[in-house]
Design a protein around this ligand. Structure first.
Ligand code: DON
Length: 569
């Protein structure tokens, strides 16, 4: 394996970003790597290492993904999880594809108006903080389903043991993690019946050891009993007791009933590329393919990277796609999602019919398109490619940073606050400003709509690119831009994942700009003249990606926005 030269450039950016901190400790990150055999890109170097070891032991990409998911549940408590859920997209070397839905579900006692007061107004933060915000976790069932179907090692203990050891022995936290834990200290105290491992007397600093003994015990039960070690027995007792103590509603029955589901991938084409992504209950795959199809007729390459013309047409496509999302998208097991109509070429052409190259549309005038129904601040993404060419793209989440911030007492893991991804009331924005409708209303057993977009792109029938990101509502547009950065704007992968990004989500009616974007004054002026509102905000997304190089080797790249890390062999 050799480090890509662009590492130096990325290292420079990282240094600039972190210059305010006096961090005495840091893992040596590999933001970019090239390798012949296998490649792993995750949000934490310890997790990347664990995945790589599994590949070296002869595990395939799915084995490595399972080991990484459990490792992240320990070393990335802000988003890695066993108390949350996610989506996995798989493409095996033989060309077969699959997706795994291990999204959380609404508990059986959930109800449509559960977050509304007597006046039918949304009660602030009830779907975000604490016990009532949690959906029934799906991660453990998901990893078991992935293991049963695809494991090559056939030895689950080897996959979970490294995570147990890290929880037991502890690991040194990074500056970013210390900052995150310190910021959430008050919330952890307020939202927990017992003091969790994430709270200590003095402020956390980089290099401190985070030891999670109770989490190690839970992981050991999963190791020894499989899914029963989580959804039944002692862990289930602890979850239900936590619910009783804090006014939550997850029951034994909810835990027993939880199942991860294999779903047919959502496939579409962009020029000579095939896009393989996640179907509902994620909106990600559908929205991504709508976006790519809508901009395909426009000469983006000629317009140039982040030119006013390119940003304009991409933002206008985004405006329309997020309007459709709000109206039509939800859990297809519960509501009819008109997937085919929404992806139909004629529909998408018509959707862009009122696009004016000189003028921004107005979100008040853009409703959802008319289709004939024929038929949500922290998450983490990782990518794996193994020596045989099998690929996994996996996004997993607790929803907000540290989820509901409630830790199951005695079991040591954080519960998600994924219930906020439902539409608590039509038209009222959730924590990501996303608006939903009937299709995403709360029902018992239903999965809340997601924006997670784990994606694999193929070219000439071979895996070409594996990518995804956290970022709530911005996930879709970050994946969209990263693909175009490579395919249309010829950006090297390390830049494609890290360059500044923009985002439009219909409402609010603004092009949101992240901190790393550098638009020239002319481009900004041009966009404003067209009628766009530009809004600066914090960084969004932490894109991880793997790309097949022309010489057949794998290039991995990790976003400069975090502790993310790429390594291969
Ligand atoms: O499923 C979703 O779309 C959200 N729960 C994802 C949340 C997220 O990405 C927050 N991260 N920054």
């Amino acid at each position: 394996m050799k480090l890509n030269l662009r590492f130096l450039y990325i290292f420079f950016i990282l240094t600039v970003i972190s210059c305010k901190s006096t961090a005495p400790f840091a893992y040596p990150l590999q933001k970019s790597a090239v390798a012949d055999q296998g490649m792993i890109v995750t949000a934490h170097p310890l997790a990347s290492d664990i995945g790589l070891e599994i590949l070296k032991k002869g595990g395939n990409a799915v084995d490595a993904a399972i080991a990484v998911q459990y490792a992240l549940a320990v070393v990335l408590p802000v988003a890695g999880n066993i108390g949350g859920g996610g989506f996995m997209v798989v493409r095996m070397a033989d060309g077969t594809t699959n997706t795994l839905d291990f999204r959380e579900k609404a508990p059986g006692k959930a109800s449509r108006d559960m977050y509304l007061d007597d006046q039918k107004e949304v009660i602030p933060r009830l779907s975000i903080d604490g016990h009532l915000a949690a959906g029934v976790p799906g991660t453990v069932a998901g990893m078991a389903a992935a293991f049963d179907r695809y494991s090559q090692l056939k030895d689950f203990k080897t996959l979970i043991d490294p995570a147990i050891k890290l929880a037991q022995d502890g690991f040194a936290i990074t500056q970013q993690q210390a900052d995150g834990l310190n910021r959430s200290r008050e919330a952890f105290i307020k939202l927990n019946t017992n003091t969790p491992a994430f709270v200590k007397k003095t402020a956390w600093k980089a290099g401190d050891l985070l030891i999670q003994t109770e989490l190690a015990e839970t992981l050991t039960r999963i190791r020894n009993q499989g899914t029963a070690g989580f959804y039944e027995g002692k862990t289930a007792d602890l979850i239900v007791a936590e619910m009783k103590a804090g006014g939550g509603i997850i029951s034994y029955q909810d835990l027993k009933d939880y199942e991860a589901i294999w779903r047919q991938p959502l496939e579409s084409t962009y020029k000579e590329y095939t896009i393989i992504s996640m179907p509902p209950p994620s909106s990600g795959g559908l929205a991504l393919s709508q976006l790519l199809k809508m901009v395909a007729p426009y000469p983006l390459r000629e317009y140039g990277f982040q030119s006013a013309e390119a940003i304009h047409v991409m933002a206008e496509a985004e405006r329309r796609v997020y309007a459709d999302r709000a109206m039509y998208l939800g859990d297809a097991d519960f509501v009819t999602v008109p997937i085919r109509s929404l992806m139909n070429d004629a529909y998408l052409t018509n959707r862009m019919a009122d696009f004016d190259p000189d003028k921004a549309n107005d979100s008040r005038m853009i409703g959802a398109g008319l289709v004939t129904p024929v038929e949500s601040e922290e998450t983490t993404h990782f990518c794996v490619v193994d020596p045989a060419g099998n690929a996994v793209s996996l996004t997993t989440t607790l929803n907000g940073g540290y989820g509901s911030k409630t830790v199951v007492s005695g079991a040591g893991f954080l519960l998600n606050n994924e219930m906020d991804d439902f539409s608590a009331k039509p038209g009222v924005p959730n924590m990501f400003g996303l608006i939903g409708n009937e299709a995403n209303a709360i029902e018992p057993g239903k999965r809340m709509l997601s924006s997670m977009t784990p994606t694999i792109v193929t070219k000439n029938n071979e895996t070409y690119m594996v990518l995804g990101t956290p970022g709530g509502s911005t996930i879709i547009t970050s994946v969209f831009q990263t693909i175009l950065n490579v395919i249309e704007f010829d950006k090297p992968l390390s830049e494609a994942v890290s360059l500044g990004r923009f985002h439009h989500q219909w409402k609010p009616d603004a092009i949101q700009l992240d901190e790393l974007i550098k638009l020239s004054p002319d481009v900004e002026k041009n966009l404003i003249q067209k009628g766009h509102h530009l809004k600066q905000r914090g960084n969004f997304g932490r894109v991880e990606a793997i790309l097949k190089q022309a010489d057949g080797r794998w290039e991995g790249a990790a976003d400069v926005r975090g502790d993310d890390d790429a390594r291969g062999f």
